[in-house]
Design a protein. Sequence first.
Length: 468
Amino acid sequence: MTEIKLYNTAVRDKVAFQPIDPEHVKMYVCGPTVYDRAHIGNARPVIVFDVLYRLLRHVYPRVTYVRNFTDVDDRINETAQKRKAAGAEGTLEELIRERSDETISWYHEDMDALGALRPDQEPRATDYIDEMKAMIEQLARDGFAYAREGHVLFRVRKYKEYGALSGRSVDDMIAGARVEVAPYKEDPMDFVLWKPSDDDLPGWDGPVVDGVSVGRGRPGWHIECSAMARALLGDGFDIHGGGNDLQFPHHENEIAQSKCAGHGFANVWMHNEMLQVEGKKMSKSLGNFFTVRDLLDQGVPGEVIRFVFLSTHYRKPMDWTEKKRVEAEATLRKWREIAQNASPVVAPDPAVIAALADDLNTPLAIAELHRIANSGDAELLVSSARPLALLLRDFEAQFWPEVDGLSEEIIEETIELRQRAKAMRDFEKADAIRDGLAAAGVKLKDTVEGVDWERDHDFDPSKLEGLL
Ligand code: AMP
Ligand code: ZN
């Protein structure tokens, strides 16, 4: 059996992965807050953990992958309130649900286009409110939580191992973080498990603390993941993932809640580093903010986006650049050219699997694919690209949408025009047409039956325009 090594943030070391039950591996990844289209940075954990999911499925008989949707959020509420104010029909709750449904379907569309498999379970926070309340009540019963002014708060100092994940003490964390001081907190470090909702906000009957309901409200963000992971994966599971930005406070809080409620939690913690754009932090004010959909709409194939992501190791900061996009596209066109009619009928090259099993070393796996491509072994290339979900048949049309139909017609007609020029002994014109086609990445081959053509890896259909 392939030995997988994973870097575990909790022990700050790369260790051999040992599932709790080798017959059934369980993984939880923090999913998106569904208030709008996913930006390009949000795609990083999706692609990273998709590669891990595929690798685990390659090695183990059964894998359950859970990724949640956070659909309790002020930004979702704001959109719904604006729609209501503009005269949209339905209650506020219905408009909120509509907004998150809409965003979830965009998320699916966009992440599908990147070749990411859907997780086995995609729970929505609003479907697990009862489980969250039960956990909050349990924490309060055992003295780890207290109710104050409609809020329920977690007593951080009661959990002695708080900070173990990131290897920092509570006092260091207070010094480094912007912890919110609030009159209803015993200690500024305490975090919210439940907060009150006024009539303009979605709310549920609150948990009961010390025999009294804390009143209508909504859960805090951290308790959502603890409750959903417990409901779907049980007490103790193998891997918990998410972006580096979630390590503190989100993941520290998840651990504190689950452990103090008497549950096991994740053994291995994995964090992807952040994505930047052209060397700068992505932000709306810098004008370098864009979504996955923006790129897809510009005609960048999802496979190209995926390739760019996989070219950087997940624990390194990654930079999205136009140059990388162009290079990725050229490589994939070349590989697809080599792989054209090959099927993934052989086993993937062991060097590719070994690279992935070494803490998802995707840049090394890509280097191995370059080696295989250079050897010209088409079947081995498609088979070995599989674990990275590259060169999939399904994405052929997405990759070369222009080759069907129109551009094919233009190429054929242009070749006919050239034949006619040759017949008229207008060699200058014939050569010009051949050069024009070559510039668009179409190579002509004279055969006994006439002229055949094939597209090059740098085929560019926009350059066909004007040839006719
Ligand atoms: P959010 O919807 O903001 O909670 O983010 C969803 C996921 O995307 C989380 O796992 C984040 O850690 C991750 N994420 C957000 N921004 C970036 C970024 N710039 N680079 C990489 N991952 C990110
Ligand atoms: Zn989470």
